[in-house]
Ligand binder design. Structure first.
Ligand SMILES: Nc1ncnc2c1ncn2[C@@H]1O[C@H](COP(=O)(O)OP(=O)(O)O)[C@@H](O)[C@H]1O
Ligand SMILES: O=C(CO)[C@@H](O)[C@H](O)COP(=O)(O)O
Length: 532
């Protein structure tokens, strides 16, 4: 009889800058990891940070065929590394949230007939009505957002239904823009997927359903009834429901893996595909977030998210359905100026070296002598403002800081913002609060130290930097047992616990208490000035 260590479960993550995979065995130990960086390993698509920023600086897209080719590449890498696909019992995955894929009419049949002798990239070359998929960094749909809010009865009403007021990057508003600007492409579209359900379709060999959790990031789904919201569909585009398909819960088994992958890579015929979800919901699963914890993801975007039981949508932040516990929800705040802004300041002030950047954080004073910086290189999501704004200890605007002061101002400012916004949504830091950090920058202990000092709470990390992949490996296993009533918590009981990374520096709370108040006031000032 097969032992649990004989079985593997795969979790994929189609994020902004790369495609990653983690394989876990039945004891939830990581047995394989791989990745494909879009910019460096697929240079023919000419992306920077995985995306194309258009001339208006608001439109941001990624070539859909780049994601397809990345899947060919990563599966090829695993095969070359001798990964034993025959032991995979189930797979799942995640995608950057909100991005949309437009399958051309007739492509479902192409997916059903995939020839294992050819790459997916070759087979699906003609499969998309829109070749450049809008992604979460796009902020070009203000007009569509205003239309949706007016049609449905205001920003709060849209939030009451969908969990968020109308946001530019949310999929419905992106679909509305495509319908208006390129009606012939909308007409030629048979199915619209999220990045997550698009990726699931490549494994399933037919269009995969959108799950409740990632579906919550579209401004189209009623997060309480978990159905498409008619008023939002009607305000977005005609005949939309048939293009979106039915929704499923996030641990649903979608079906068997396509025979294409069985023949080409040697997966077993009974390997199951479990619904894919958003990368932040995937991270919630991978970090084994518990009620009371606060998660901070430091990827391309920065996000803060919480597990909640009683959702109260407001016009700030988002409420998504919880990916691992059907009656629960998650609250999320997203920042566009995350890792890419840290990289810009690293290049400008630390000669491009994370080591130098880190040593500055170790040697500069906590609280930065009262200097505060707000760095919105691109139009920020929370709050909706742009530009770099620096203030001295008397709240006077200044033109610049020293290179060292700039690095500390950036990192402190980013974390002050997160705590201010989380508290505004009602989150309280109490004794026992754990901050769980993930994403690329969570490998940097000096950045985590600032996080711990600003939040006045211990910061924990997990071994695998990509918690979304890991979480989807766990969710693949969970999908197999969910129908027999086994909870996610029970499924991951044996998985390693997050490890303590740093604790607050004594006295930091006293330094940051007045800075938190000042940050909130200064951010409001920046927001008011940007509206003038
Ligand atoms: N040592 C480090 N210190 C700070 N940031 C880092 C470090 N190593 C990597 N990063 C950041 O991690 C980012 C990628 O994070 P990741 O979570 O993998 O992104 P995504 O999943 O959005 O593609 C890079 O853009 C880089 O800025
Ligand atoms: O827009 C959001 C969440 O609402 C982003 O967090 C995207 O989901 C992109 O994620 P990363 O690639 O930065 O992890």
């Amino acid at each position: 009889m097969a032992t649990s260590t004989d079985s593997f479960y795969l979790g994929f993550d189609f994020s902004t800058q790369q495609l990653k995979v983690v394989a876990v065995d039945g004891n939830l130990s990581v047995v394989h990891q791989d990745s494909v960086q879009f910019d460096s390993e697929l240079p023919e698509f000419g992306t920077q940070g995985g995306v194309h920023i258009h001339a208006d600086s608001l439109t941001v897209t990624s070539p859909v065929l780049m994601w397809v080719k990345a899947l060919d590449l990563i599966l090829g890498k695993m095969k070359n590394a001798g990964f034993d696909f025959s032991r995979v019992k189930a797979l799942s995955g995640s995608g950057q949230q909100h991005g949309s894929v437009y399958w051309r009419k007739g492509t479902n049949q192409v997916l059903r007939d995939l020839h294992p002798g050819k790459s997916l990239h070759e087979l699906l070359k003609g499969g998309f009505a829109v070749s450049d998929s809008p992604v979460w960094m796009d902020s070009s749909t203000t007009e569509q957002c205003q239309y949706l809010e007016t049609a449905v009865g205001g920003a709060q009403r849209v939030a009451d239904i969908t969990g968020s007021r109308a946001y530019e990057r949310f999929t419905g508003n992106q679909i509305a823009k495509i319908y208006k600007a390129q009606p012939e492409k909308y007409e030629d579209t048979e199915r619209i997927s999220l990045v997550s359900s698009f990726a699931a379709s490549l494994f399933l060999g037919s269009y995969a359903a959108i799950d409740y959790s990632d579906g919550s990031g579209m401004n189209l789904m009623d997060i309480f009834s978990k159905q498409w919201a008619d008023s939002c569909l009607e305000a977005t585009a005609p005949h939309l429901e048939e293009r979106l398909g039915a929704l499923v819960h996030s641990s649903a088994v979608l079906g068997l893996l396509s025979p294409y992958h069985v023949t080409r890579y040697g997966f077993p015929e009974d390997c199951k595909v479990v619904a894919f979800t958003g990368d932040n919901p995937g991270s919630l699963a991978g970090m084994r977030l518990q009620e009371g914890d606060i998660a901070v993801s430091l990827g391309t975007s920065d996000t803060v998210f919480l597990w909640i039981k009683e959702p109260r949508p407001t016009v700030e932040g988002h409420i998504f359905c919880n990916p691992v516990d059907r009656p629960s929800y998650m609250a999320l705040i997203c920042y566009k100026n995350g890792s890419l802004t840290r990289e810009r300041i690293r290049n400008k002030c630390a000669g491009g070296s994370w080591e130098v950047f880190s040593s500055v954080l170790r040697t500069t004073p906590i609280g930065n002598d009262g200097n505060i910086g707000i760095y919105f290189d691109a139009m920020e999501i929370t709050p909706s403002a742009v530009g770099v704004h620096r203030f001295d200890k008397d709240n006077t605007k200044v033109a610049g800081f020293s290179a060292q002061g700039e690095i500390r101002a950036l990192v402190e400012g980013q974390f002050l913002a997160k705590r201010v916004h989380a508290e505004k949504l009602g989150y309280k830091i109490i004794p026992g609060t754990r901050v769980l950090a993930t994403g690329g920058a969570s490998s940097n202990k000096d950045i985590l130290q600032v996080l711990s000092d600003v939040f006045d709470a211990p910061v924990y990390t997990i071994d695998v930097a990509n918690s979304a992949c890991l979480g989807c490996g766990y969710r693949a296993l969970q999908g197999l047992v969910a129908e027999s009533g086994v909870s996610f918590a029970e499924t991951v009981r044996k998985a390693p616990e997050p490890q303590l990374a740093v604790t607050p520096t004594p006295g930091a709370d006293k330094v940051f208490a007045p800075l938190l108040r000042r940050y909130a006031e200064l951010e409001e000032r920046v927001l008011q000035e940007s509206k003038q």
